[in-house]
Design a protein around this ligand. Structure first.
Ligand code: ZN
Ligand code: ZN
Length: 352
């Protein structure tokens, strides 16, 4: 089968013919991939710009951790899943042996693997995963939208870390998929003012408005973030700021519009350290919290939302293309002219 792989610790990806994964082992299922989204982290892995050195000893690996599909085969010792079921999967896989896993926090496991980063993922027709990673989707859920489950849950988790509540004023820095997912999650949680800021990002800021942002700021037109933000909110500082850019300077910029006792959640992956005015942070009793990945309960909530309100998330998807056009999809994702690019192995000629 055709698979999009990272084969070397250098820029690029290759579209290779590889063996199918074979029958699922104990506790595993084989999934026929319906749709798999290109994530910002996949683009970083493609560009090989840093922060992904941990992948080096797992290469070659098939990428793709945001996906949906139907169960093609069920291994021994699996209950609650059957052939033909529509599922998505939580990409973080714990060892299921350590104390963190036993306590129900596989995301804290020191021995965890990630589907599509450190074990073979979904940019291929078939992917084999632990049954415990699967989240059942309702029949009738759009599989292309279901490929958004992972980033939507990452956004939902970040909103939870930021304790967004009804009536809040929120600033989201960075209109990439995670920033967009955070804006949508903040809207679902009742935030009434949601400002999305980007730099030279016209198309994605337009998407942010369709997803739930009440205001957008392009810092190319409004270089002073604080002035632009306060103009949008009528002078009200932010209750919660989310940083989803990965640019170190954005942390201090975000803190400058955060209210006293407010929370800044950083969800970006930073290749460089950030400089922060800690005296001001202390005097304003502000908190900085890190948010990463997601918890299972977000997945269960999101599975229902995707089924009930698909239109709320449809604007996330800019392009759907065959796996054979993956490199083109990556180039388009990189250019920031598009939001989510979704690959469908089933659209590929000759992939069977
Ligand atoms: Zn992702
Ligand atoms: Zn573990």
């Amino acid at each position: 089968m055709l698979a999009l792989r990272k084969t070397a610790a250098s820029p690029g990806l290759s579209l290779d013919e590889v063996d199918e994964p074979g029958r699922p082992g104990a506790g595993e299922v084989l999934i026929e991939v319906a749709a798999a989204g290109i994530c910002g982290s996949d683009v970083h892995v493609y560009e090989w710009t840093g922060s992904y050195e941990f992948m080096r000893r797992r290469l070659p690996v098939t990428l793709g951790h945001e996906f949906s599909g139907r169960i093609a085969a069920v291994g021994p010792e699996v209950s609650g899943l059957a052939e033909g079921d529509l599922v998505s999967a939580i990409p973080t896989i714990g060892c299921m042996k350590c104390t963190n896993c036993a306590a129900g926090f596989p995301q804290r496991c020191e021995f965890r693997r990630t589907i599509g980063l450190t074990s073979d993922g979904a940019f291929a027709r078939l992917v084999r995963v632990p049954a415990l990673a699967c989240v059942a989707l309702r029949e009738g859920t759009d599989p292309v939208l279901a490929a958004l489950m992972e980033p939507l849950c990452v956004g939902d988790n970040a909103a939870e870390v930021g304790a967004v509540s009804s009536g809040d004023t929120v600033l989201v820095l960075g209109p990439g998929t995670i920033g967009q997912a955070i804006a949508r999650a903040a809207a679902w949680r009742g935030a009434t003012t949601i400002v999305m800021a980007g730099l030279n990002d016209t198309a994605r800021l337009e998407t942010a408005r369709r997803i739930g942002a009440t205001h957008t700021l392009d810092l190319a037109d409004t270089p002073d973030l604080a002035a632009g933000f306060l103009a949008a909110t009528g002078g009200r500082p932010a209750d919660v700021v989310f940083e989803a850019t990965g640019h170190p300077a954005s942390i201090q910029q975000g803190l400058s519009v955060l209210r006293k006792d407010g929370i800044l959640v950083t969800a970006g992956i930073h290749a460089q350290p950030a400089a922060i005015d800690l005296t001001s942070l202390v005097r304003n009793r502000q908190q900085i919290r890190g948010a990463h990945a997601s918890r299972r309960r977000s997945w269960e909530v999101m599975a229902r939302r995707l089924y009930e309100t698909p239109e709320a998330v449809r604007p996330f998807v800019s392009l759907v293309m065959g796996l054979d056009r993956a490199i083109d999809g990556f180039e388009q994702s990189r250019a920031r002219g598009v939001s989510k690019v979704v690959l469908q192995p089933g659209l590929t000629a000759g992939a069977s």
